[in-house]
Design a protein around this ligand. Structure first.
Ligand code: SF4
Ligand code: SF4
Length: 326
């Protein structure tokens, strides 16, 4: 098998990554470093070793097999010395409980396409398909293009989920083989965008115009992150950009922040920077959606966990909501 690309996950039966029932394939590697990133395992393009404390039975098989002496069991748990670890995977092979896990699966494209086609009956009956996501799908451009071509050959609808941070040539290459785009517009002000994601926004906006020129259907998405993206001025600015530059936008999704990725960060010995940030109030999501509609965007939806604050008590109720208005 030739290794042509690397993924972190294949998520089946997704209903949020494009039309119908979809299988979303998450590619590894991303050029952005969003403060609120929920898929921390997709940032690094290379495979990474992680240890799940709850699964470990401490039989030390991993420590015994490691040729680099990179592992030690200390009072805090298994310590992985990443300066010594060569990510050879031997500890994963001998671990009896999957406590040792290699994040990142290497694929030959044909094998991956066959794997994705296992869900074709669901795509055909629901108007769904496959969504290529990440990380950033443009980061492994050739891999993404080959996946899309392999699926298109079998009549499968393919969506690209992208943050838009790639060259014009890169974007044109993938746009020629996908059916639609899920496009992130997070912040319109360039300095704020850079502070929050590590990169300025100009290329993202230029690429949005290129996608518009292709005329392919686009769903725009904004993660609503307290103190980063959640002010009405930002949402109104994004909405005006959509109206002025993206006539191909079929809907605009506002995705409410949550901090359910805290445990994932712990696997990588990291602390989620927004761990103490509360959920967004439902009323605020409604307000932002209303503001986008006022700017003229026709189909605005919001979804995600929110909190309801009872004026006469301190009760906070979490809930999962989706609200769409044409
Ligand atoms: S991946 Fe290889 S080098 Fe790294 S800890 Fe495991 S056995 Fe050791
Ligand atoms: S081999 Fe697995 S179960 Fe055994 S000590 Fe290592 S991580 Fe724990």
């Amino acid at each position: 098998m030739s290794v042509e690309g690397i993924t972190t996950n294949i998520q089946r039966c997704s209903t949020e990554d494009g039309p119908g029932i979809r299988t979303t394939v998450f590619l590894k590697g991303c050029p952005l470093s969003c403060v609120w990133c929920h898929n921390i395992e997709t940032i690094d393009p290379a495979p990474q070793l992680v240890w799940h404390s709850g699964r470990c039975i401490a039989d030390l098989a991993c420590i015994k097999v490691c040729p680099e002496n990179a592992l030690s069991l200390i009072s805090d748990g298994m310590k992985i010395d990443r300066t010594l670890c060569t990510v050879c995977g031997k500890c994963v092979e001998v671990c009896p409980t999957t406590a040792m896990e290699m994040v990142g699966t290497e694929w030959d494209v044909d094998v991956l396409v066959q794997e994705l086609l296992k869900d074709k009956v669901f795509f055909d009956t629901s108007g769904g398909g496959v969504t290529i996501s990440g990380g950033e799908a443009l980061f492994q451009l050739d891999f993404s293009v080959k996946i899309a071509k392999g699926l298109k050959k079998e009549g499968v609808h393919v969506a690209l989920d992208t943050c838009g941070y790639g060259s014009e040539g890169t974007l044109n290459k993938i746009l020629s083989v996908v059916d639609m785009v899920l496009y992130d517009l997070k912040i319109i002000d360039s300095q704020r965008h850079k502070n929050a994601t590590g990169v300025p926004v100009e290329r993202v906006l230029d690429n949005a115009r290129i996608i518009a020129a292709w005329g392919k259907p686009v769903w725009i998405r904004t993660p609503v992150i307290p103190d980063y993206t959640d002010d009405e001025a930002n949402i109104r600015a994004i909405a005006r950009f959509i109206i002025e530059h993206m006539p191909n936008a079929e809907r605009y999704d506002l995705l409410a922040f949550n901090n359910m990725c805290i445990d994932k960060y712990a696997l990588f010995e990291l602390e989620y920077p927004l761990r103490e940030v509360p959920l967004v109030p439902e009323e605020h999501m409604e307000r932002l959606a209303h503001a986008a509609r006022e700017e003229g965007v026709a189909n605005v939806c919001w979804s995600g966990m929110t909190r309801r604050e009872d004026n006469r008590s301190t009760n906070i109720q979490d809930q999962e909501e989706e609200s769409c208005h044409g």
